[in-house]
Design a protein around this ligand. Structure first.
Ligand SMILES: [Fe+2]
Length: 364
């Protein structure tokens, strides 16, 4: 009886975020072939003048399930690109978050894993559903005792200067209350703090008030996704997508699914990226919105310039498996779709009008 309880606990720990225990790092449904040998990397991506940073999620497993390998590869990539910071897309600590700032998981899953000198800059974190199974306030309080961990509140913003005339607003969300809505007190702690409506109002007002040229939003739960476990999230599509589109957000980074993905619905001005492969992996299922999806342990690195966000994905050995260039404004979306084929997009005046049409300015 006792051994079966131990076995049950072990299996529960292995399963983690859900689904069956899966072979680690196994490549299936690899559609990275699209990249092809002729894919040209943008020459100005990851220049020293750009804002270069790392993105990793769903990692905290005491170094197991490839977490340590991913951490090691991240250290190499971060040094190569001169990463200024790292974004953690949540599920920072399995299976049930942390209970205090002294929880041994801080060393076992964070400090001792991401120990490369290149990873000692700030880690902007969001909370995942597994973090809500512990005391989320411990992750906020660790901000005070750590030189790099940064989670000052459940949701928060940071403004970063890209160059003398270009700012980027990063918005970090707490998506478990938005995705699940009904507090499940048996599953999560402190759900009395959820108040999803207040966070949605805050997001709307925060993006509306910002004049930053770049608006990048980070949350744990994907909005669009395809895998053996997750499909598009109708609640987040209803609550978040109109806000992102209305205020000109270009990118939404998520984790939660244990793989690397890039999706964009047809006509959408927002690119959706998933970097949730910091340890265990999960099989991907391409959808109509999928541009890239790969089951592999790994991470992403990004390079933000005035005109583009370059995002590259890497596996646990530091091999690049995908690269994409996201423009500051997509000219093939929204009002731009009304452009006739004869429109001369090389005309600077026409381009200026088109760009103005895709900002908030005319909507007040
Ligand atoms: Fe999750």
């Amino acid at each position: 009886m006792r051994s079966s309880v131990v076995l049950l606990l072990l299996v529960t720990a292995l399963v983690g975020c859900g689904g069956n225990p899966t072979p680690v790092g196994t490549r299936v449904d690899d559609i990275a072939d699209k990249l092809g040998p002729d894919f040209e990397l943008a020459p100005d991506a990851f220049s020293p003048d750009a804002v270069n940073f790392m993105i990793v999620g769903d990692w905290g497993r005491n170094g197991f399930f490839n977490q340590r390998n991913v951490g090691r590869a991240m250290g190499v990539t971060a040094a190569e690109i001169g990463a200024r910071f790292t974004i953690s897309t949540g599920d920072n600590f399995y299976t049930a978050g942390v209970q205090s700032i002294d929880d041994p998981k801080w060393d076992r899953s964070f400090e001792d894993i991401y120990d490369a000198p290149s990873l000692q800059s700030r880690w902007y974190a969001v909370l995942g559903n597994h973090d809500w199974q512990g005391d989320y306030t411990a992750q906020i309080n660790y901000t005070e005792v750590s030189d790099r961990w940064f989670l000052p509140a459940r949701y928060y913003t940071e403004i970063i200067a890209v160059d003398d005339t270009t700012e980027a607003l990063f918005v970090y969300l707490d998506t478990t209350p938005l995705s699940e809505r009904e507090p499940n007190a048996r599953k999560y702690e402190r759900t009395e703090d959820w108040n999803p409506d207040r966070q949605i109002e805050w997001l709307d007002a925060t993006l509306a008030a910002s004049e930053a040229e770049w608006k990048i939003v980070v949350g744990h739960h994907p909005i669009y996704v395809g895998s053996v476990r997750y499909e598009n999230n109708p609640r987040l599509i209803e609550d978040l997508v109109p806000i992102l589109e209305r205020h000109g957000a270009q990118v939404y980074f998520a984790g939660h699914d244990h793989n690397l993905q890039h999706l964009r619905p047809e006509g959408s001005p927002v690119d959706y990226l998933i970097s949730g492969a910091g340890s265990l992996t999960r099989g991907v299922v391409p959808t109509e919105n999928t541009l890239f999806a790969l089951r592999v342990s790994g991470y992403m690195a990004a390079s933000l310039t005035r005109d583009a966000l370059y995002v590259h994905a890497f596996d646990e050995d530091g091999r690049r498996v995908y690269a994409t260039n996201i423009p500051r404004r997509r000219l093939d979306t929204h009002s731009d779709r009304e452009i006739s084929d004869e429109t001369d997009l090389s005309d600077p005046e026409i381009r200026r009008d088109l760009e103005a049409a895709t900002t908030d300015d005319g909507e007040e």
